[in-house]
Design a binder for this molecule. Structure first.
Ligand code: NAI
Ligand code: MG
Length: 357
């Protein structure tokens, strides 16, 4: 008899999303099969995404959020296809889930894998490992603003895109970053803003950072402007442990981080509702990659790493470590997809990870 069953909603959505979600599911199912009945995963797959939009005019069911609510977690692929405007597909599915389920903490580890060449020469001889903590509920992605506010029409349009910063929103993500830093070998938090140019929201963030930092005297801190931080990712990444930033800035920085590790296809992420009032969502950082979709070329490591973050969330940290070690063993043995210089297919990587489990 199975002692613990986790109910997971799979939302592969578009492009390589379907390929990498299938990959992650295969790894988790192999893990469960080998657990001697200690745990199992009960999957329900939802057909939402751009194909669904073409058929129904909606990115997800009208009562989709209600349906998702009862799950222990959501395992997400990627949303977006050239047939649907990107802001329609992103807001209609991924951002809708993140915002309605108050998944305010987006955790994006930047992890360097053995056997994968980083574009940073330094990575060959310097241990590098940091985590981007992204504010995931407000900031630049609050969805506030409007178009054609002047009423002057084409050629003279005016658009406003307003960023929202609340003291409560800043405080909870900054505290989250400090608590995370305390669990890491290097107890340091780097806060990222652009408060020299953006004098309201980002100054509120900076001041909140200083106030919260006082509660964590054992954690080192620094405040860095986002342009300088992007340079630091490249030039002095060994100085980073936890990097906390607003929605847009952290989105950009985490893509940079995953590229430095070798490929966008490697990066994992967790969208957490830390209070656990709603399900959290686990997804690779990358998008639907229409340029390589449907050919078995997608790197599944970001999605499999996201499954490991989900195991952590389920209270199975040892299993999460096992999955991450199996990923390392796979990259170390040279089973690599084309984005990281190999010739392996998605399915070869999955088979190798399962072998190493
Ligand atoms: P993308 O991440 O889909 O692709 C950027 C580049 O990285 C492409 O050259 C692609 O081939 C490569 N790449 C991405 N994932 C890969 C993987 N697993 N293995 C190997 N190579 C991989 O970003 P792009 O091109 O800007 O956006 C494509 C679509 O995805 C758009 O519709 C966009 O809105 C959507 N998108 C969705 C996201 C999400 O659902 N979380 C995040 C980012 C973009
Ligand atoms: Mg992104």
């Amino acid at each position: 008899p199975t002692t613990r069953t986790f109910k997971i909603a799979a939302v592969p959505a578009d492009g390589v999303g379907t390929e990498v979600v299938a990959a992650g599911r295969a790894v988790l199912d192999a893990l469960a099969a080998g657990s001697g009945g200690a745990f199992a995963f009960d999957w329900t797959e939802f057909p939402w995404g751009c194909g669904y939009y073409e058929r129904t005019g909606r990115m997800m069911d009208e009562d989709g959020l209600e349906a998702l609510r009862e799950f222990d977690a959501i395992y997400f692929g990627a949303v977006g296809w050239p047939s649907v405007p990107d802001h329609t597909s992103l807001w209609g599915l991924r951002l809708k889930i993140c915002q309605n389920f108050d998944q305010w903490a987006n955790i994006r580890p930047v992890h360097f894998h053995p056997g994968i060449t980083s574009p940073l020469r330094k990575a060959d001889h310097t241990p590098l490992d940091w985590v981007v903590v992204r504010e995931n509920s407000e900031g630049e992605y609050a969805g506030l603003g409007g178009r054609n506010l002047s009423g002057r029409g084409p050629g003279n349009e005016v658009a406003l895109q307003t960023a929202l910063f609340t003291e409560r929103g800043c405080e909870r993500i900054i505290r989250f970053a400090f608590d995370l830093a305390r669990t890491r070998p290097r107890k340091k938090v780097s806060s990222v803003t652009k408060s020299n140019a953006q004098q309201y929201g980002m100054v509120l963030w900076d001041e909140t950072f200083v106030r919260v930092a006082a509660d964590y005297p054992d954690v080192e801190t620094e405040s860095v402007l986002v342009d300088a931080m992007s340079a630091k990712f490249v030039l002095k990444p060994e100085d980073l442990s936890v990097v906390v930033a607003s929605n847009l800035n952290a989105d950009i920085l985490s893509d940079l981080g995953s590229a430095l590790a070798g490929s966008l296809g490697l990066a994992a992420s967790a969208n957490l509702n830390p209070e656990r009032r709603f399900p959290s969502m686990f997804e690779p950082v990358h998008g639907s990659a229409p340029d390589i979709a449907g050919r078995g070329l997608a790197n599944p490591i970001g999605a499999i790493g996201s499954a490991a973050l989900m195991l952590d969330h389920f209270g199975l940290p040892d299993e999460a470590v096992r999955v991450n070690k199996a990923i390392e063993a796979t990259t170390a043995s040279g089973v690599l997809t084309p984005d990281v210089g190999g010739t392996a297919k998605t399915s070869d990587v999955v088979a190798s990870v399962i072998d190493h489990l």
